[in-house]
Design a protein around this ligand. Sequence first.
Ligand code: SF4
Length: 440
Amino acid sequence: MAKVVKNVVCTFCGSLCDDLEIHIENDNITAVKKGCALSRTKYLNAREEVVPLVEGKEASFSAALEAAVEILAHARHLLVYGLSSTCSEAQAAAVALAETLGASIDSTSSVCHGPGTLAKQLVGIPTCTLGEVKNRADVLVFWGCNPVEAHPRHFARYSVLAKGLKVGGRRERKVVVADVRKTATARGADLFLQLEPNGDFEVLTALRALINGKDIVGEGAGGLTRAQLEECSRLLKEASYGVFFFGMGLTMSRGTHYNVSQALALVRDLNKYTRYSVIPMRGHGNVAGSENVLAWQTGYPFAVNFSRGYPRYNPGEFTAVDLLRRGDVDAALVVAADPAATFPGRAAAVLGEIPTVVIDPHYSATAKLARVYLPSAAAGIGAAGTVYRMDMVPLPVKKLLNLPYPSDKEILDMLREGVKKCSGSREAGSTTRKMAGTGK
Ligand code: SF4
C-alpha cells in the first residue's frame, strides 16, 4: 500500500528541516520530496540489511543483548559515548544506564561544539530562534562554518535566501563569511574574511576594539588588513538585527573555547549599538538534545562521571577521547555515533582493544571494531521521539517504517534491566567501580 507522510522532520543535520514529504510503498521509502541530497541519501537507504553480531559472528538479538549485558555489568569503568543521532528519550535512558553503572558519559559535543558550550558557561549567550533569523536578520555572519555543504537547506529555509516578515530575501541581507579558505559559503558572501589558520582570536579581538571605538596596533590582524577589519566592523554595526553563526572552524581551531568566548563578547559589544544573537551551527541531528538532556539530568552538558555515585563534570578528564587515550576505561558503549571514523587514531584504536558494545542502525566503522553490535531502529524512521534543532527548539519525530529491531531507547532500557539483574551489577561491584576513574 502506498502513502505519503507530510511534514517529516529530517534528522540528518542540526537544521532539522520539518517539511519533508516521504513516499512509502510496502513499508519501504520510495521517494523523498523537498529534502536535500543528504536527506535523500539518508531516507532512501533507511532499510539497511544489518544483523546483531557477537565477536563478529551473527547472533540472535537476545544473545547479543545478553553478551552486551555481560560486558557492561563487569566493567570497572565504562564509557557511554555518542548520543548525537538519536532522540532525547534514548539520551535520557543512556544517562540512567550510566548512573546505574557508575560510568562516564560523554557526547559527540566534546569533539565538535563542546568549546562553544564552555564559552557559553563563561560569557553567556544572547540567542534566538531560526524563525527570528528568517523574519528579522539583515546581517548574517558565518564564522568557521560552511552551511552550503554541511546544512544545505539552511540558507533557503532560515537565513540568507529566506523571505521573512521584515526582511525580503538575499538582496535585503548582508552576508559576512570568515574562514581560512574560500568555501562554497564564502563564494556568495558580501564580505569574505580569509583568516590565517588559527587567527580567529586575534581577528575577533581587533574587531571588538574597532567596534568599541578603539584603535588597533599595526596594519592588520590574523591575516586581514586594517581596511578589511574596519569595513567589517562598520558592516556589523550597521545591522538592524544581526546573527552570528559559528562552526567547528572556530570551536576547534587553536584557542578553542577562548575563540568562542571572544566571539560571544563581540556579540555582547555589538548589542550596545544594535541587536545581535548567536547560534552555533550544530552538525548532527540531535547533538543539541544530548547537551540539554545531560544538563537536565546531571547538571552538566557532557563529560560527566558517575563513579562516586553523583555526577562530576570535567572536560579534559571525562571527555571520551581523553578517557580512551589514557586507558582509563575498560569497556565502552557507543550509541548512535561513529567515533572510530572521527576520533584521533590512538583513541579510536582503544575501542577495538577493550570490549565495546555498539547500538546503531548502521554497521558503522565503530561497529566493525565492536565486541557486540546491536542494530536499532533509527530515530525518525523506525522510532518516534523528540529532537532539538540547533536553536534549541524541540521537534517531535515520527515513526515511518516498521523496522526489525527495537529503538535505541528500548535497547538501553533492556540493558539497564539486564545489568541490574546480573550478578556483577553495580550493587555487587560498587566498591571497585567507585574507585575506577578516581585514581584511588
Ligand atoms: S539541510 Fe539538513 S535537516 Fe535539512 S533536509 Fe538537508 S540534511 Fe536534512
